[in-house]
Design a protein around this ligand. Structure first.
Ligand SMILES: O=c1[nH]c(=O)c2nc[nH]c2[nH]1
Ligand SMILES: [Zn+2]
Length: 438
């Protein structure tokens, strides 16, 4: 008799239907105290009350009981730098010095495929340990770094997005490509990886300072030729960066006008940072549907400034939240939510834990236009699921004794949690942490 290959995960399940509008918006999410997720062929077949889901499960389904822990969709990190795994925690001044002193030297090593492969193993171990099941990464300017990045994702079955950084000036010669070679290499990498298994290619001009006008034009041509690819770049992170950009691109109204001019904006465009935005820029972001990606630990670490979520969202701008390792200081979306919460607190924008956990899961999936595939526990989506323990450490357990609600527990996870709170990470239904040496 054929076996079903089905898995049943039992635990407390939480998944969002839409963005919660504050603490009392209980219809924005599904929560089952005794819940279950049924997984078949790497996809979610059903999620809901244990009794109902178990009844639907094939008789030979393998049961894993995660009670009393929480089952959530895997975290999504929409902005991270793969070649900066050895840059994280580098003592530096602000953005431009940090890039020159630490980041560019580290990225040069990725010309060597073997180096990229070694870092890829560690990088994906870190993502899994921290409960991140999808990320959008900048690779280095070397096509080999993209190969190392996607090959390791493929070996682990992960939905990952990324691309070769395009940069043809204001960086060491060993990192610089040309407008033409960046176009040719990106095109070849799109043919090699985009849509292969769970891989998606992201056209990746680093930022205006490290691209000539000819290269931004090449990036715009790539996006026009491959509208199903995402595009990522940085903008309005640091005052010196902005001034230098406007020197390099005279005649443009502001920083965003440069990217607008070269046709880089749209619903698949991810703009890292968006801290120092003017009103015109917000209007263009809204009209084009481009996404502002908030990188809290990086913004604090590099002293860049405070992301104004309320202002952006009131203006109709789509937002996401990300780690930005290695300017960012943690792979953990929990740590990232905590720092983001504090940045918003400073601006009297206090997010409820329902809002923050929505953001790191379904919210980021929507920002990537991927919520049909990932970011929820909805039936027919890919079974990327994490198991969180709000009492994972002695300090968390002590605080957890007085938790009165699910929201309390989420806030404990966000404020005190990190990879120690991630008990298991499932990728396409497969347990990735079990058996991992610690
Ligand atoms: O935080 C950042 N990290 C980077 O690597 C980078 N490159 C340009 N601008 C950047 N900002
Ligand atoms: Zn970045």
């Amino acid at each position: 008799m054929a076996t079903s290959n089905a898995t049943l995960l039992r635990g407390r399940i939480l998944s969002f239907h839409r963005a919660p509008q504050g603490p009392d918006d209980h219809t924005a999410y599904l929560y089952e105290e005794d819940g279950a997720v049924l997984i078949e062929n790497g996809r979610i077949a059903a999620a809901g009350a244990y009794a109902e889901v178990a009844e639907r499960a094939p008789a030979d389904a393998r049961l894993t009981d995660h009670r009393p822990h929480l089952l959530l969709p895997g975290f999504i990190d929409p902005h991270i730098h793969f070649p900066q795994a050895q840059v994280i925690a580098s003592w530096a001044d602000q953005l431009l010095d940090w890039l020159n002193d630490h980041t560019f030297p580290a990225e040069m090593k990725f010309a060597d495929l073997a180096h990229g492969q070694r870092i890829a193993t560690a990088f994906y171990d870190a993502l899994i340990a921290h409960g991140t099941t999808t990320a959008v990464a900048y690779c280095s300017s070397h096509p080999n770094s993209v190969r190392a990045y996607f090959a390791e994702a493929e070996a682990r079955g992960m939905r990952m997005l990324g691309g070769k950084t395009m940069m043809d000036r204001n960086a060491p010669p060993a990192l610089c490509d040309t407008a033409q070679s960046a176009y040719d290499d990106s095109k070849a990498l799109i043919a090699e990886w985009h849509g292969r298994g769970r891989a998606s290619y992201v056209i990746t001009p680093r930022f205006a300072i490290t691209s000539t006008p000819a290269q931004l034009e090449a990036a715009g041509a790539l996006l026009a030729e491959h509208p199903d690819c995402h595009l990522q770049t940085h903008i309005n992170e640091n005052h010196n960066e902005i001034a230098y950009t406007l020197d390099l691109y005279p005649g443009h109204a502001d920083y965003l006008a440069v990217y607008e001019h070269y046709g880089l904006l749209g619903r698949k465009t991810l703009l890292g940072h968006c801290i120092h935005m003017n009103d015109r820029e917000l209007g263009v972001m809204r009209e084009t549907g481009s996404v502002a990606v908030f990188c809290p630990t990086s913004n604090l670490f590099l002293g860049s400034g405070l992301f104004d979520k309320a202002r952006l969202e009131t203006a109709g701008v789509r937002t996401a939240i990300a780690t930005d390792v290695g300017g960012g200081t943690s792979y953990s979306l929990l740590r990232t939510l905590d720092e983001g919460y504090k940045i918003l607190q400073l601006q009297r924008q206090r997010l409820h834990p329902f809002e923050t956990f929505y953001w790191a899961t379904r919210g980021n999936a929507e920002a990537l236009s991927l919520s049909e595939k990932i970011g929820t526990l909805d039936a027919d989506t890919e079974a990327d699921i994490i198991v969180l323990n709000p009492a994972a450490t002695p300090e968390m357990a002590l605080r957890h004794e007085t938790a009165r609600s699910l929201a309390d527990e989420l806030f404990i996870l966000q404020t005190l949690g990190d990879d120690r709170a991630v008990m298991e990470t499932y990728v396409a239904g497969k347990a990735m942490k079990a058996g991992r040496r610690i």
